[in-house]
Each structure stands twice: as C-alpha cells, then as structure tokens.
Design a protein around this ligand. Structure first.
Ligand SMILES: O=P(O)(O)OC[C@H]1O[C@H](O[C@H]2O[C@H](CO)[C@@H](O)[C@H](O)[C@H]2O)[C@H](O)[C@@H](O)[C@@H]1O
Length: 260
C-alpha cells in the first residue's frame, strides 16, 4: 500500500476526494476538445465514492464539459466545480452565474492575438477564454511572448490571467481552486482531504489543504501530484505523493477504495 494513504484509513468516510481534470483524470492531448478521461475513470470514482464523504472534480473547464469529456454523469454523488469554482454541477443540474462582460472583451482581443501568431489557438469557454500555445512551433517561447499581451488584455477587461500547461486563461477574479476546496470542506464537514492536481492553477487548492490542516479545521490532508514532463515543478515539490500521470492517479484511487 502507498504509505501516505495510511492517515486517511480511519477517516475515510469523512474524506473529501477532489481531483483536477486535465492531466489528472484525463491525459494531456494537443486539442482541448479531444480530451477524454482515461478509460476506467468513472468506475474508479464510483468505487471511491462508495467509501468517502464526497468525490469532486475541481477544474478550469466548464463543469458540464468535464462531466461530458470524463463520462462522469453517473458517478454517485459527484460534484463538479467548473471554471475554478464559478460553476457547480451535481446530479445533472448546473448552477452557473451570468457571464462577466469582460469575457466579451477578452474573447475579441484573444482572437486578434491568436490570428497574428501561428499555432496559437483560442478556447472560448463562455465564462473565460483560454489562449493555447501547444500547437506553436515553440510552445514555451510562444507562451512567454504572449504573456504580457494577455496581462494587458486582462487589465483592460477586468479579468485575471491564470497560466497553465501551454495555456494562458483569462478569467474572472475572486475565485480559485482554494476557495473551491474550502467551500467543499464546509458543505461536507470533511475531516480529511485528498487533492490531486498537476498544474499551477492547483496551487491555491494545495495552500487551502495545508492551511485547513494547520488551523485544525481538518485532521489530515494529502496532496497528490499527477506527474508528467510538463507538470508544475512547484506542485511536484509541494506534493506528498507523486504518481505517474492519470494511470498513477487511477492506481492510487483504487488503493484508496480498497483501504481497510
Ligand atoms: O483545471 P484543469 O482540469 O486541469 O483544466 C485546466 C485547463 O486544461 C485544459 O488545457 C490543458 O489540457 C488540454 C487537453 O489535454 C491541453 O491541450 C492543453 O495544452 C492544456 O493546457 C483546458 O483546455 C483548459 O480549458 C483548462 O482550463
């Protein structure tokens, strides 16, 4: 057994399991629209859901997209917080705020930026806009060149920039995965949290888990990094357990579901 899971064994029925989607449940692919969860994901989440207080997916994607791409609609009790917590999906019902007017500005500007840069693409997520550089000749250089332009658009539109794996997201301020984790802990009364992430957007969730433990709001926290060549070095360093990508996450979740 992975020894780091041991502290959760006596707390399992009061544990919140919260997982990022891209890079954690779903292997990274060049086209965001073509991402799907690793086969077996819904089954393992169903097994975990039978043992813990709550299984949640906390993602930068629109919540309904994560449910659809993940094939997750039938996972019992699943909550999906989309757009870093702006949206909530549960039991087939989506709660979503009105779109921020700034997103219209960002969409126009992002489209102009992409049109002038070969390989840069726009993902319109309605409540946010993502500029992807994965298909550029040099994705890292394209991301670096684009960053100040994205910062200027965010300032004009009243949004924030969240960087990720060859992506810059222009999205509303005031919400992040840390806020999302705190809200899930408050509503479930969880005594322990297992959080699985891979990217910079997951760091606020890690900070929330650490803070909840140090303030004794919860008894145990376990941070899992789904590792891959591009996983955030900061997240890898902050994690308690590093596993090899979505297959490693799935194996760890199977162990969790089988804990005594
Ligand atoms: O919070 P997450 O669930 O990790 O979502 C973060 C962003 O992930 C997606 O982009 C990433 O995955 C794509 C598909 O594998 C990949 O092509 C891209 O390079 C990655 O950055 C998604 O497209 C974004 O909307 C999410 O916000």
């Amino acid at each position: 057994m992975t020894p780091e899971l041991r502290p959760l064994s006596g707390l399992l029925d009061r544990t919140l399991v919260a997982l990022d989607f891209d890079g954690v449940l779903s292997p990274i692919v060049p086209d965001p629209a073509s991402a799907v969860a690793l086969p077996g994901t819904a089954e393992v989440l169903t097994a975990v859901a039978a043992r813990v207080a709550r299984v949640a997916v906390v993602t930068g994607r629109p919540a309904a997209d994560a449910v659809r791409l993940g094939g997750l609609a039938d996972v019992p009790g699943l909550v999906v917080l989309g757009h870093y917590g702006l949206q909530r999906w549960s039991g087939g019902t989506l709660s979503t705020p009105d779109s921020d007017d700034g997103v219209d500005v960002a969409r126009r500007r992002a489209t102009e930026l992409a049109a002038a840069r070969p390989g840069v693409t726009v993902e319109d997520k309605h409540h946010s806009v993502a500029l992807h550089t994965r298909s550029a000749a040099d994705p890292a250089a394209a991301l670096a060149e684009l960053r100040p332009h994205a910062d200027a658009v965010a300032a004009e539109a009243g949004l924030q920039v969240t960087p990720g794996r060859f992506v810059l997201e222009l999205r509303p301020v005031g919400v992040d995965k840390g806020v999302a984790i705190r809200s899930l802990v408050a509503e479930t009364g969880a005594a322990a949290v297992l959080y699985g992430g891979d990217d910079l957007g997951d760091l606020p969730a890690v900070a929330a888990v650490r803070d909840l433990v140090s303030s004794r709001a919860i008894e145990a926290g376990l941070v899992v990094c789904s590792d891959a060549e591009e996983a955030s070095a900061d997240l890898r360093a902050a994690a308690d357990v590093v596993v090899p990508g979505p297959p490693g996450v799935q194996a760890l979740l199977r162990e969790l579901a089988a804990l005594d």
